[in-house]
Design a binder for this molecule. Sequence first.
Ligand code: SAM
Length: 283
Amino acid sequence: MDLWFTENHTRNVRFSMKVDRQLYSGRSEFQRIDVFDSLEFGRVLVLDGYTMLTEKDEFMYHEMIVHVPLCAHPAAKSVLVIGGGDGGTVRELTRYPGVERIDLVEIDEEVVEVCKKYLPQTASKLDDARVRTHFEDGLKYIRHHEAEYDVIIVDSTDPFGPGEGLFTREFYGNCFRALKDDGIMVNQHESPFYDDSAQAMQRAHARIVHSFPLARVYQVHIPTYPSGHWLFGFASKKYHPVKGVDWDRWEALRIPTRYYNTKLHAASFALPTYVEAMLREGE
Ligand code: SAM
């Protein structure tokens, strides 16, 4: 029997993976959650019909959302992750001996439970002693924190459903306030390629520029995301993402990676001309 999972990447484009077996399907208070084994990408987590991660390419997303800010910041100790209930971002953060505190704010407890059961590859470090998990809306959590974090990582779903509030001006302004004087915020920034997500990324960039003195965008290749071309936002109070970065400090940590390296870090801020134009237009 041929069983396929199909996701609408746009109204006119679809992406399909051949399914080996379905492992979990349920509806939480916030979203529908599915987990299945695919023949090409291994285990897959899907929320409301959208692929969140696959075993085969999650390292590209998680390494780039974590190691870029943790390399650019010379001494991050206190990190906040908003979203990220699959645990992949936390897993990468626990590789840093200097990180003393990781607050994970995930709206949906069921995502964490399902990932602990079916996705140990990403969820394995959620029980690390430095991790405190808060089951709460990130938009509300951030209102009550000031000058607490060195790095904030917004590892959210797309700007609709429960993730919508995490793309607002209010949210970015509150992230600015929750960061220390030299803090960095990184967020998943959608794709520049298809119209709907390109508009979302322009809007997000314009709002971040409004809230932070330094706002840049960097790119990553994620085969299972729409168009495969994805962006992250890098917003900072003090540190530039490339100039003045102490690359040797990061190399000396000897963190094992499969996608990230310091040359790629610097290069990922060089964007295609049409993306630069879109960002300028949004500003
Ligand atoms: N890598 C993923 C992507 O871009 O497709 C994101 C992965 S992660 C599973 C996203 C998480 O953000 C989900 O578990 C979702 O429940 C959580 N989330 C969505 N809105 C949220 C909110 N307002 N506050 C906290 N967590 C939220």
